[in-house]
Write a protein that binds this ligand. Structure first.
Ligand code: SF4
Length: 656
């Protein structure tokens, strides 16, 4: 029977798997609603393990917004680890939700949020375990609609064969609008089946339906055109942009995990979007324009969230939290409010300036001054101009000196390797910076036991950014440069023991690059990798470059393209990119001119404080930058009670 709990069949398997608690649900603030009265039922998936997926804000927000609707039911599902996958297959138990352990195949919609492309094989595992055909074309009216969202959905082409639809941009209002369409469609008896439902969703401009578009290729292997194959849907699906974030203060009741997760704190998003213009940053580009939450909404969200969850740590989230127009006032008022309590505050700190240290000092009033993170991203001033990260060496040294002088002992510096135009000299600039940082730290603090951690990630060009045309550095180049840098730091007796060095090899970045800028032909590579055992590709212990490389050779080369063709090849201005028909609001001509500016090492200011330079987002999306100062204040503090009981409504199915 539809909607029944699978727990009686799952429970006997759990003692045989690692971390069984990740599959039992029952977290603080989780919700189980009765199946029958619900008009629309969503299964929300984060395609990674529970410990990574549970804290995901996007899923938590949608879960709460949907469950607030009296006739809507939303439950969560995560990627099952290979040990449980084998047992589920052996005992014919399908993919299940963790809330009421219902079969994912019973729901109306499976919504999957992709933060990274390396979760694609986990989608296929979940579909297969759920009994949902991998290919959207093979699904019938009995199967849920499979809808992708999240940042990776801005180029869903590599997984388009597996998706019924994708939602671009902010999901809050879009999820409610999709629900309305599905509710009305079901109430009318589902006339015309799933194709008609998808047509209605596309016509309402809620989703992009890949099956409604045809892709043709030229003799050179590049796309010659992407065209809608019907004239009753928009030719250019567009992203959703939420105005007035104060009207959407979610999550109000953050989930409190029972098992260990990567973040154990509540997070409050203090603004969305970024106009700093870092050219490598897809998140900054696709979430424009900047929309701030006001101080009183942030204060109320923290108060409500702490009361509902019992968490003792609050993280203030955004792409660049120190850029909130009232961050100084916010930091001071929050520090005053929570001084002397058990509540600690944190700000993911990336901007390199002394003001950031002042903020960190405020936030550490209740705790230790352990580590501060700054992200210069590029090792040389020249490269930082290319990527539009306007940080001078003097800024960095002044900032870290301030930090060390004020009692911070650990500074972490984040860089990227493989950026466009990068040379060995740029990478060696990282060693020079680390040396100057250690010297400045020793001088400012009067101690020799100063530590600096240099953390390096491989750059992956992404869609809808000025670097979408760039050739990605090969993994051999990345590895050779990282080795050069490591050897240089180790050979420097002045700093060798003070500098910690963290990096990953270049191979996973090449596969991420294939998936990030791939087209529909890459879908067959994903499916082949999955059939050959590919799972959890974001985890180094599961990732196999050789498996991806072999699958790419087998599937792409007969079509006249290759792994290199999709990754290390620079694109021309005229080439049709796989995502050109998807509207992120950014003007393609502006992106190209910004790419040319990058090659000229020319920088661009933040349009929050300087005149608009016409990136296209505000007029195209009918949106605008929303920033303070509002002069509003935090609400008064209320006491933090213990963790609440789990909510279970009458008539709910068995959950555990
Ligand atoms: S349209 Fe102008 S103001 Fe709006 S985000 Fe782009 S550059 Fe900034």
């Amino acid at each position: 029977m539809s909607g029944q709990s699978l727990f009686p069949r799952l429970e006997p398997l759990l003692p045989r798997v690692r971390k069984p608690v990740q599959y039992v649900g029952g977290e603080g603030n989780s919700t189980v609603k009765p199946w029958e009265p619900a008009a629309v039922r969503w299964a929300l998936m984060y395609p990674d393990a529970y410990e990574v997926g549970l804290p995901n804000q996007g899923i938590q927000i949608l879960y709460e917004i949907l469950n607030e609707q009296p006739d809507v039911l939303a439950e969560r599902t995560y990627a099952v680890q290979p040990d449980l996958e084998a047992l589920l297959r052996e005992h014919a138990v399908p993919q299940f939700t963790v809330d009421a352990h219902r079969a994912v195949g019973d729901f109306d919609i499976l919504g999957v949020s992709f933060s990274t492309e390396l979760g694609y094989t986990n989608l296929l595992t979940a579909l297969d375990l759920a009994g949902i055909p991998l290919l959207a074309a093979d699904r019938t009216d009995e199967h849920p609609l499979v809808i992708a969202g999240g940042h990776a959905a801005f180029n869903p082409e590599p997984i388009s064969d597996f998706l019924d639809a994708a939602v671009l941009g902010d999901g809050e209002q879009a999820a409610l609008d999709i629900t309305d369409v599905v509710r009305a469609f079901k109430a009318a008896g589902s006339p015309g089946g799933r194709r008609e439902l998808l047509t209605r969703l596309a016509r309402r401009r809620l989703v992009y339906v890949p099956a409604f578009f045809d892709v043709s290729y030229g003799a050179d292997g590049a796309i010659s055109a992407v065209t809608a194959n019907r004239d009753d849907v928009p030719a250019r699906p567009a992203k959703h942009t939420l105005g007035d974030l104060d009207s959407w203060p979610y999550p109000k009741a953050p989930l409190v995990p029972l098992a260990e997760t990567v973040h154990e704190r509540m997070s409050v998003e203090i603004f969305r979007g970024c106009t700093r213009g870092c050219r490598f940053c897809q998140a900054g580009m696709i979430t424009r324009p900047v929309r701030e939450r006001s101080l009183d909404t942030i204060g109320a969200m923290i108060d409500t969230g702490l009361t509902a969850s019992g968490f003792s740590e609050v993280g203030l989230l955004s792409l660049s939290s120190a850029d909130h127009s009232e961050i100084g006032e916010l930091a001071k008022q929050l520090a005053d409010r929570y001084e002397g309590t058990q509540t600690s505050l944190s700000l993911p700190s990336t901007r390199v300036d002394a003001f950031n240290v002042t903020l960190a000092n405020e936030f550490s009033r209740n705790g230790r001054r352990s580590g501060l993170t700054f992200a210069p991203e590029g090792g040389s001033e020249r490269l930082r101009k290319v990527i539009n990260k306007m940080v001078s060496e003097e800024d960095l040294i002044r900032t870290v000196s301030t930090a060390y002088a004020q009692g911070w002992r650990q500074v972490k510096l984040y860089f990227m390797c493989g950026l466009p135009t990068e040379t060995d000299e740029d990478i060696l600039g990282i060693a020079d910076l680390a040396r100057e940082v250690i010297r400045a730290g020793r001088k400012a603090s009067g101690h020799r036991d100063i530590r600096c951690t240099v953390s390096i990630g491989g750059f992956v060009p992404k869609s809808h950014t000025p670097f979408q045309w760039a050739g990605q550095a090969s993994w051999e180049v990345t590895d050779q440069r990282l080795k050069l840098l490591r050897d240089t730091v180790r050979a420097d007796r002045e700093i060798a023991r003070a500098v910690g060095f963290r990096y990953h090899d270049g191979r996973p970045g090449i596969i991420e690059g294939l998936l990030a800028r791939g087209d529909r032909r890459v879908g067959r590579v994903i499916e082949r990798v999955w059939r050959e055992g590919g799972r959890f590709d974001g985890w180094s212990e599961h990732f196999s470059f050789e498996r991806w490389e072999a699958a790419a050779a087998a599937e792409l080369e007969p079509l006249g393209v290759s792994l290199d063709w999709f990754t290390t090849r620079e694109r021309t201005e005229r080439e049709v990119l796989p995502w050109d028909h998807l509207d992120s609001g950014l003007d393609r001509d502006w992106l190209w001119s910004d790419w040319q500016d990058a090659l000229r090492e020319s920088e661009l200011d933040d349009c929050r404080w300087t005149p608009c330079y016409d990136c296209g987002v505000c007029p195209t999306m009918g949106s605008q930058i929303e920033i303070g100062p509002t002069q509003r204040k935090l609400l008064p503090i209320s006491p933090v009670p213990p963790l609440p009981e789990r909510k279970v409504e009458a008539g709910a199915g068995s959950a555990s």
